[in-house]
Design a protein around this ligand. Structure first.
Ligand SMILES: [Zn+2]
Length: 315
């Protein structure tokens, strides 16, 4: 799972016109080619965008889900050129799952990313990560990429920018000397990203939005959907939207303690069952953020989920 379902972030100007052409290599810049995987869904929009980077020798960014058709499409787009590394924005399976097979298919290409999957904070007693099945826990990097690393990717220079929030090991990649930034699931034009605790962290996400809007890149190429032409302004709008959600939650709690379900109903009045699940995860992430600031007090249910919230007592 990567993305919040539709209308979770209503009010932002989302871009939902995108002809992905799954399986077709589409040039998106000098030495940059997009091949979209055939895994369109309410959570992945038109499917995961894999990118080929370089010309004579290549890097593949986010090989995508474990799908035989996509493996063939990537192999054909690579066209026998040497593959130096497979790099990942993060280890949710819709981005990483094909990495092992693509590595084997291309003679043991190393896999580089920001460290093994881990939750953004320690699990509470009895707590289960709601995204546990979506994470590629066993994948170990051949090289761990860190913030500030620069990768020479076949004549294209990539700057590694650590952007935790959606999940702990999330990276964006700036194409140095160009306005282009691979923004992964951190910033996407079709919807706001899903931030679910403890896999992700709202505080980290806010900091990473600030970081990316000041990184010096203007056009974002996300892992789902089309390019974002004014990335920093859009990232700022996302940040504003989430801060508004914080204010709405505090307002909703102003007349007394409430179960999380009541907050979800108030903030997402039109949500159907599937959207309610993602909405509840999002509200829990906001509540933990507000609790860390000392603004709300939380009580937890038997499996570690936030159950009730109230405004913290003033001291
Ligand atoms: Zn993801």
């Amino acid at each position: 799972m990567s993305e919040a379902p539709p209308h979770v972030a209503a009010g932002l100007n989302f871009q939902r016109q995108f002809d992905a052409q799954p399986g077709e290599p589409i040039q998106v810049g000098d030495g940059l080619t997009r091949v979209t995987a055939p895994n369109a869904s309410p959570y992945t929009f038109t499917g995961t965008n894999s990118f080929l980077i370089g010309t004579k020798e290549l890097f593949v960014l986010d090989p995508g889900p474990d799908d035989g058709r996509h493996l063939e499409a990537l192999t054909s787009a690579i066209g026998g050129r040497p593959l130096r590394a497979i790099i990942l924005t993060h280890t949710h399976k819709d981005h990483s799952r094909l990495a092992r097979k693509l590595s084997r298919r291309t003679g043991g290409t190393p896999i580089w990313f920001g460290g093994r999957h881990k939750t953004s904070r320690r699990l509470r007693r009895f707590e289960v990560n709601p995204l546990i099945a979506s994470c590629d826990w066993s994948l170990v990097p051949d090289r761990t990429l860190a913030d500030g690393d620069v990768i020479d990717a076949g004549g294209v220079s990539l700057e590694v920018i650590a952007t935790p929030g959606h999940c702990a090991n999330h990276l964006c990649f700036g194409v140095q000397g160009t306005p282009l930034l691979f923004s992964g699931d951190h910033v996407m034009g079709w919807n706001s990203t899903l931030v679910a605790v403890p896999d992700g962290s709202m505080a980290d996400y806010f900091a990473s939005l600030e970081k990316i809007m000041n990184a010096g890149y203007s056009t974002y190429l996300p892992a789902h959907g089309g390019p974002i032409s004014d990335g920093p302004a859009y990232a700022r709008a996302l940040l504003f939207h989430r801060q508004q959600r914080n204010r709405q939650i505090l307002l909703a709690l102003s007349d007394g303690e409430k179960p999380v379900g009541d907050l979800v109903s108030r903030l997402y009045p039109d949500a159907n069952a599937s959207i309610r699940r993602a909405a509840a995860m999002t509200v829990a992430a906001h509540l933990e953020y507000l609790a860390d600031l000392g603004k709300v007090r939380l009580s937890f249910g038997p499996v570690g989920w936030v159950q009730n919230a109230r405004i913290a007592d003033q001291v």
